[in-house]
Design a protein around this ligand. Structure first.
Ligand code: ADP
Length: 261
C-alpha cells in the first residue's frame, strides 16, 4: 500500500516490445496524486480565505457610495469592520509568508545559542496587551539558564502561535501556564490552558493547513488556520514534534522538546 495514502492509485501503460510482444508497466502514482490534491486544496483555501474579507470590504465600500445613507453611526461601524477585515487579510498574508519562507530555505542555518528566556520575556510583555480583553490568569515559568541551538525567528513564531492560541481558545478569566524547563538533557516548552479543549478526531488533524475545529468561530477569533501548520514545520526542521493532549471542556496542553544547550 502507498505510504501516505491508503488509497492506492496505479498507472498502467502498455508499450510494444519486439515483434508481437507487449510490455505492461505499472507505476504507483498515489503520492503524486496526493501531492497534487494538497496543492489544489491549498490554492482553493487561500483564495477562499482572501475572498471572504474582500467581499465584506466591497460591500461596505458600495455602501459608502450610497448617498442615501446619512447615519454617522453606520460610517463608524463600516470603518471598524473594514479595519478588522484588512487586519485579517494582513494576518493571513503574514502567515503565508512565514510558511513559504520556512519552506523555501531548505538549508537551515542554526544559531549556536538561541536566547529563549529573552524571547519568552518579550512574549510575556506582548501577551499582556493581548490579554486585556479576556483577563486570563497567565503564568510564565521560565528557566533563565536554558538555551538551545536553532533558528530564533522560527522558534519565536512557534512559541507565540501556541501562546496566542491558548489565549484565543480559552474563555475569559481562564488559567494559562507557560513553561520552559529542563527535562533530563532536553528543554521542554509547554502551554497548558483550561479552555474549550479539542475532541480526539480533531486533534490529529490540527496541524494541517487551514484546518480549524470550528471554521466559523475560529474565523471570528481572527484565526487563519495556519498557525499550527507553521509550528509543525518549524519543529520538524528542529528535529522535534508537537505533542497535543486535550480533553473537550477541560483544556489542552501543547508541548515540545528541543535538545538543551
Ligand atoms: P487558527 O489560526 O485558526 O488559530 P491554528 O492552526 O493555530 O489556526 O489552530 C487550528 C485550530 O486548532 C484552531 O482553529 C482551533 O480550533 C484549534 N486550537 C488550537 N489551539 C487550541 C487551544 N489551545 N484550545 C482549543 N483549540 C485550539
Amino acid at each position: 500500500a502507498s505510504p501516505i495514502n491508503e488509497q492506492l492509485v496505479l498507472e498502467f501503460n502498455i508499450v510494444p516490445y519486439g515483434a508481437e510482444q507487449y510490455l505492461l508497466t505499472v507505476r504507483d502514482i498515489s503520492q503524486l496524486k496526493q501531492l497534487e490534491q494538497v496543492r489544489k486544496d491549498f490554492v482553493a483555501n487561500v483564495s477562499h480565505e482572501l475572498r471572504t474579507p474582500l467581499t465584506v470590504l466591497q460591500g461596505y465600500l458600495e455602501l459608502m457610495d450610497d448617498e442615501s445613507v446619512p447615519d454617522e453611526k453606520i460610517w463608524r461601524k463600516a470603518h471598524t469592520v473594514m479595519l478588522e477585515q484588512t487586519k485579517r487579510m494582513d494576518g493571513l498574508v503574514q502567515q503565508l509568508l512565514t510558511l513559504s519562507r520556512i519552506e523555501a530555505s531548505a538549508r537551515v542555518q542554526f544559531e549556536d545559542k538561541v536566547d529563549v528566556p529573552a524571547m519568552l520575556a518579550q512574549l510575556k510583555l506582548e501577551t499582556e496587551s493581548l490579554n486585556q480583553e479576556k483577563q486570563h490568569h497567565i503564568q510564565f515559568k521560565i528557566d533563565n539558564s536554558l538555551y538551545v541551538t536553532g533558528v530564533s525567528e522560527e522558534l519565536r513564531s512557534a512559541f507565540s502561535n501556541l501562546v496566542i492560541n491558548a489565549i484565543k481558545y480559552t474563555p475569559a478569566g481562564g488559567d494559562i501556564q507557560i513553561s520552559w524547563q529542563r527535562q533530563h538533557l532536553s528543554a521542554l516548552f509547554s502551554v497548558i490552558d483550561n479552555g474549550e479543549g479539542i475532541a480526539p478526531q480533531h486533534v490529529k488533524r490540527l496541524t494541517e493547513r487551514f484546518y480549524r475545529v470550528d471554521q466559523a468561530r475560529a474565523r471570528n477569533t481572527g484565526g487563519t488556520g495556519l498557525g499550527l501548520a507553521i509550528v509543525k514545520h518549524v519543529l520538524s526542521r528542529h528535529n522535534s514534534r508537537l505533542m497535543i493532549f486535550s480533553e473537550p471542556g477541560q483544556g489542552s496542553r501543547f508541548s515540545f522538546t528541543l535538545p538543551a544547550e
